[in-house]
Ligand binder design. Structure first.
Ligand code: FPP
Length: 246
């Protein structure tokens, strides 16, 4: 059962930026005797309610890990299936997302995508670029280490001097430029690892790990994660009560 919208007003603290590692699609499918791709498809179906849940709760940034730089090593059929799923998602959801005020961004290297899909991603970014209700970033062909390598290469190309390299400057060379760091990272399916996701930006993120497989992660589960975040005492390496940012 989905929680009523009013529930979203009762959170003691709302994370400005939620990032999600959508894990467990394969196991969800295997448990039902289905091919793995069916798990990925089911894991796309629930995205709409998670996006809606973030809008209802007042979350401003949602980042989803859809395809890592390492996922190219999966069987060809699965890789091609994941590319088609992204394409279908954009075909089906773009108008509604745009009407809802969602801005679509991409994190990662677009150039490795088939041209047709790349154009669709670019188009979806263009037509939603002035929206601001929710910034939905899709990490696709994304790797945290790759992002840092890319940033260093760009800094060297632009002749940045060593004394000018600060944490703020590095942040401006990352794919997440101008985005706040994630406050809350959710990982489904019980795995407790970072898997090359936002490794720079996650420095002080709060983690929420649930055994639920991603296709079963619904709005109610999202609200549980947000409620859990509200109980956290974020100290950012300092001690309680010293004007820590939250
Ligand atoms: C991890 O589960 C999931 C992925 C590698 C793909 C996630 C992609 C989607 C949910 C598609 C939707 C995305 C968009 C933007 C339309 P896994 O396959 O590693 O699961 P397992 O650990 O159980 O095998």
């Amino acid at each position: 059962m989905l929680l009523p919208l009013a529930m979203s007003n009762n959170f003691s603290k709302i994370p400005q930026h939620i990032a999600i590692i959508m894990d467990g699609n394969g196991r969800w499918a295997e448990a039902r005797g289905l091919p793995r791709l069916e798990g990925h498809k089911a894991g796309t179906e629930n995205l709409r309610q998670i996006i809606q849940g973030c809008v209802d709760a007042g979350v401003k940034y949602l980042t989803i890990y859809a395809f890592s730089t390492e996922n190219w090593g999966r069987p060809r059929e699965e890789v091609e299936g994941l590319i088609s799923i992204l394409e279908l998602f954009l075909d089906r959801e773009l108008d509604e997302l745009c009407a809802e005020g969602v801005k679509i961004c991409h994190l990662g290297r677009l150039e490795a995508m088939p041209l047709k899909v790349r154009r669709k991603v670019e188009h979806s970014m263009e037509i939603t670029c002035s929206n601001s209700r929710l910034i939905l970033s899709v990490a696709w062909n994304y790797g945290g280490r790759d992002e840092i390598v890319y940033a260093i290469q760009k800094m060297i190309r632009e002749n940045v001097q060593p004394q000018d390299v600060t944490e703020e400057l590095v942040g401006q060379y990352l794919f997440t430029k101008d985005m706040p760091d994630p406050d809350l990272i959710i990982r489904t399916s019980g795995e407790m690892r970072i898997s090359n996701f936002l490794i720079w930006q996650a420095a002080y993120a709060e983690w929420y790990i649930t055994p639920t497989f991603w296709p079963d992660f619904n709005k109610e589960e999202l609200f549980k994660a947000i409620a859990s975040y509200g109980q956290r005492d974020r100290r950012f390496g300092k001690i309680s009560g010293l004007n820590n940012e939250d």
